[in-house]
Design a protein around this ligand. Structure first.
Ligand code: HGY
Ligand code: MN
Ligand code: MN
Length: 427
């Protein structure tokens, strides 16, 4: 839910001590108010904004509208990501900022959109401060960051950097059997253009993503804004258990081949192994066929999301779950641990004057770009509920504005400083 989404709401317009201009405060609230109804379920307050759907098309239209209103040149890259350029994109290494607009099922309002809204508002604020960039700036909205429809997290940034093979991507299917290629065609795009764009990636001098915190670190440390130090290793695996479909009432227990038993073992093993290894593991999605109350299932698919500080720990958890499941899983996506560039972090910390630094268990496009060699950084904005990927996800207007001020300060430094990223971190 977004409280105070009205541009006139005092939470946004109160001038006392606000770190950003009145115009930016009003624009920020207006942008969130425009996004609020897109994909929102009035019954739960949750968001359904899946890739390459009608909601996605409305979000893309919104992005283009915001870019045009700021005279930024919009283009969609070969991976479906949206870019809005301030300055000539070929005039030197670009400073890029943004996030994503898609959501998980029944997702929160801030995961993704906060970074894109803040990026557009930061352009306004930079202009209000008469900052004259020495290099191009781009606002980006990465496609399909959550992988909620086609199963691969950060699909847009993985395609862009070549971490997701275009042929594999075209064949990914959603739970109705529609392929990504078909979904792209249905929204007027050509799936044959999908693929990496190394020339575009090479032009990114630095990427900074602002994101709502997905946890309680900043609450507990009493800070509105923080820095990311690392993203923990994480992946997704799909287990398929095959049974023999039959009648629930006439099939003796000793005669059954019920795949639900393997499914249950998978879940219990995930919880046991995660606690044992100090990891986290989640089974949040199941597909049962034919999914009838009075029919023994023919097939059960179980998706495992497992994460830990290091890859070896994640692999140990998955190995134990696999033993319990009795079947080898398909690895749908894998992201090794990412340590964000310490040189960049040291430089930006100098700008922000020492905000808390925290590792995260949430994956982000900034992590995928960092894995591709792009100097990347993340700013987090306090989430008073600590909840994410659910309607209770929240950020207070004052903290959103503190995040906007921090992002603006960081971008001003990167746009006008001599060197994008210092050769060595300061002593
Ligand atoms: O799943 C994640 O960690 C991210 O929100 N995509
Ligand atoms: Mn997310
Ligand atoms: Mn996100």
């Amino acid at each position: 839910m977004i409280d105070g989404q009205e541009p006139t709401d005092p939470a946004w317009t109160s001038a006392a001590g606000s770190p950003v201009s009145a115009a930016a405060r009003a624009t920020f609230a207006t942008m969130f108010a425009e996004l609020a109804p897109i994909g929102r379920d009035p019954a739960t307050g949750g968001y359904h904004r899946f890739a390459h759907t009608a909601e996605d098309s409305r979000l893309r239209a919104w992005f283009a509208g915001q870019a045009n209103a700021r005279h930024l040149d919009v283009h969609e890259d070969r991976a479906g990501n949206l870019w809005a350029w301030w300055g000539d994109p070929t005039a030197g290494e670009a400073v890029v900022t943004g996030s994503h607009l898609d959501s998980v099922p029944a997702g929160g309002a801030f995961d993704g959109p906060l970074g894109v809204v803040s990026a557009f508002a930061a352009v306004d604020e930079l202009r209000a401060r008469s900052v004259r960039p020495d290099r191009p700036l781009a606002v980006v909205a990465f496609a399909d960051e959550e992988g909620a429809r086609f199963g691969v997290a950060c699909a847009g940034s993985r395609l862009l950097t070549g971490r997701l093979d275009a042929d594999r991507a075209r064949g990914l299917t959603d739970d109705t059997g529609i392929t990504l290629a078909e979904a792209l065609r249905a929204t007027g795009r050509d799936p044959d253009t999908l693929g990496p764009d190394p020339e575009l990636v090479a032009r990114i001098g630095v990427f900074v993503e602002l994101h709502v915190e997905q946890g309680r670190d900043l609450i507990d440390r009493g800070a509105a804004v923080g820095f990311a130090t690392a993203i923990r290793a994480h992946g997704r695996w799909r287990y398929e258990s095959i049974g023999r479909a039959d009648h629930a009432g006439t099939t003796r227990m000793q005669d059954r081949t019920d795949p639900m038993l393997a499914h249950a073992a998978t879940i219990l093993a995930a919880h046991t192994a995660a606690r044992k290894h100090g990891a986290v593991a989640t089974v949040g999605r199941v597909a049962v066929e034919p999914n009838g109350v009075n029919a023994i299932p023919a097939r059960v698919r179980t998706w495992l999301d497992a994460r830990a500080d290091h890859e070896t720990v994640v692999r140990a958890v998955v190995a134990e779950v696999t033993r319990a499941a009795g079947v080898e899983p398909v690895e749908e996506s894998w992201t090794p641990r990412v340590e964000f560039d310490p040189r960049l972090r040291a430089r930006l910390d100098g700008v922000l004057g020492g905000v808390p630094a925290l590792a995260t268990g949430a994956g982000h496009d900034a992590g995928i770009l960092a894995l591709a060699g792009v100097p990347a950084a993340m700013l987090f904005v306090r989430n008073p509920t600590g909840v994410s990927h659910a309607p209770d996800e929240h950020a207070e207007p004052g903290d959103c504005l503190a995040g906007l001020a921090a992002l603006t300060d960081v971008l001003a430094e990167l746009l006008t400083g001599e060197v994008l990223v210092a050769a060595e971190p300061p002593a």
